[in-house]
Write a protein that binds this ligand. Structure first.
Ligand SMILES: Nc1ncnc2c1ncn2[C@@H]1O[C@H](COP(=O)(O)OP(=O)(O)O)[C@@H](O)[C@H]1O
Ligand SMILES: [Mg+2]
Length: 376
């Protein structure tokens, strides 16, 4: 399949320059936006090179690398950055060591910094973060930009408040040399962390929405499309499609890619075939992975029905009976629906804001196209 996501990558130099400039001034930015809309790509393939051009040391931190232990993921990224500097003293910004560092034994509890001496690392994960950051700043003359991706991972562990307080303390101490982006896809969790007056990270960063790809991205795609096919892409239709895809470039480009290779295909048909239950997609796989009760519960949530209402529970019971051929129970127990909701939430398929909602607009579109939302 054509990978248009990378071939047709749409650059946003103005947005990136704005972010880089603020990081140069050691600002802290909390940037939240839905999944699959291009945040990681923006950080990795545009912001990092721009920061390097400006002489900063960017450190990309995948907070979700270890979902159960995000602070370990953070410390791992700092360790890698430190190793990068210590093991290549010729590198820009690395402070010249008279005796070159041969090996960095960070796996244990000590770090050999060459001329700077040997340091032991504290046991506490947040103090360890503080120690690693201090070492990084000693080892490099460059200012640092920490790019925390999927930062809401911190909010999801039991020790979130301790972690946040520890990170805040360490970053505050280093604030004359360190800027940070806290990026994440769970808006509710991130807003709780940065905008709730009881949270340790309250007002620690300027919270702002991530800029979704919009008309200018569609214009860029239309130009590429025209260059490749000598055909015009209707930009109003394309913008509408991008919106239906929840501003996710990958499924949008997949539909455009299908139209690119088959001139007779219109976007409705291309979309339909992409969302076919037979097509091997993440959405079909997610659906197939659910128990029958979970599927029925998801269908109700997708239609905006309150899943634990008695009408909902009666419908679930009648559907279960149809499949098993047994006499329908009056209604299924609320606790059964609650369990299904918890499982769907744990799989990242639904989340609760006012009521339960399907998280991914593409999943919702998939359910809708396949007649799998159920209005009572
Ligand atoms: N600027 C862009 N232009 C074209 N495609 C993009 C762009 N940004 C992201 N994509 C596509 O969208 C996919 C999802 O992007 P990603 O950065 O992983 O989103 P997020 O981090 O918000 O979940 C990428 O794999 C890529 O194919
Ligand atoms: Mg991402």
């Amino acid at each position: 399949m054509l990978d248009l996501g990378s071939q047709w990558h749409f650059e946003r130099p103005k947005l990136v320059a704005g972010l880089a400039q603020r990081l140069e001034q050691h600002q802290r930015i909390a940037m939240f936006g839905p999944r699959q809309t291009g945040k990681t790509t923006l950080l990795r393939s545009e912001l990092i090179p721009e920061l390097e051009r400006r002489g900063l040391l960017p450190v990309y931190v995948e907070c979700w690398a270890d979902r159960k232990d995000p602070i370990a993921s953070i410390n791992h990224a700092l360790t890698k950055a430190l190793e990068g500097i210590l093991l290549s003293p010729g590198k820009r910004g690395a402070r010249a060591a008279k005796t070159p560092v041969k090996k960095v034994s960070i796996a244990g509890f000590a770090v050999d910094l060459g001329d700077l001496g040997v340091r032991t690392l504290p046991d506490s994960p947040t103090l360890r973060f503080d120690a690693l950051l201090t070492m990084l700043l000693e080892a490099s003359s460059q200012n640092v930009a920490l790019l925390f991706d999927e930062f809401q991972a911190i909010a999801e562990v039991d020790t979130a408040d301790n972690m946040s307080a520890g990170l805040r303390a360490a970053l505050t101490q280093a604030s004359d040399r360190v800027g940070a982006v806290f990026s994440g896809s769970n808006e509710a969790a991130l807003l709780r962390m940065f905008s709730s007056s009881r949270a340790p990270l309250f007002q620690f960063a300027v919270a702002e929405p991530y800029h979704l790809l919009r008309e200018d991205f569609v214009g860029h795609v239309a130009a590429k499309f025209a260059a490749a096919t000598q055909r015009d892409l209707n930009q109003v239709m394309a913008m509408n499609l991008l919106e239906r895809c929840g501003h996710q470039p990958a499924p949008f480009l997949q539909v455009i890619g299908a139209m690119l290779s088959d001139p007779r295909l219109n976007h409705e048909d291309a979309l339909k075939s992409m969302l076919s239950p037979k097509a091997r997609t993440l959405w079909a796989a997610a659906w197939a992975d659910l128990t029958h009760t979970q599927q029925l519960t998801l269908r109700l949530v997708a239609a905006g029905e309150p899943p634990t209402s008695s009408a909902s529970r009666e419908w679930i019971a009648s559907q279960m009976a149809t499949v098993s051929g047994s006499m329908p129970a009056q209604a299924i127990a609320s606790s059964t629906v609650d369990r299904a909701l918890k499982s769907l939430q744990a799989k990242g398929l639904i989340a609760k804001s006012q009521g339960w909602e399907v998280v991914d607009p593409m999943m919702l579109l998939w359910l809708d196209q396949n007649g799998l939302t159920h209005r009572l």
